[in-house]
Design a protein around this ligand. Structure first.
Ligand SMILES: [Zn+2]
Length: 86
């Protein structure tokens, strides 16, 4: 089962960003680089602030260790996130 990143919409997270009990996964999104529990918990970024920063830098694939999925499209990915929230 895969989870969607609430920051950038990437659909391939291995764990829920926050468990039902409220603990962060400490997984780093390979798409936007948000580390759940650290970027928000320790550094104080909201999902929205990180997303705006990521978009302003051109929506670049973050991970140097994982290749983006074939035909990865950050714009479509972001759009799917907005639809989910409405
Ligand atoms: Zn992300």
């Amino acid at each position: 089962m895969a989870y969607q990143c609430p920051v950038c919409g990437y659909p391939g997270l291995e764990e829920a960003p926050v468990s039902p009990e409220g603990s962060p996964s400490f997984e780093i999104c390979p798409s936007c680089g948000f580390e759940f529990g650290v970027t928000d918990g320790d550094e104080g970024f909201s999902y929205r602030q990180w997303r705006e920063q990521w978009v302003s830098k051109g929506c670049k694939w973050w991970s140097e260790h994982h290749e983006p999925p074939p035909q990865w499209d950050p714009v479509l990915q972001l759009a799917s996130l907005i639809e989910d929230r409405s």
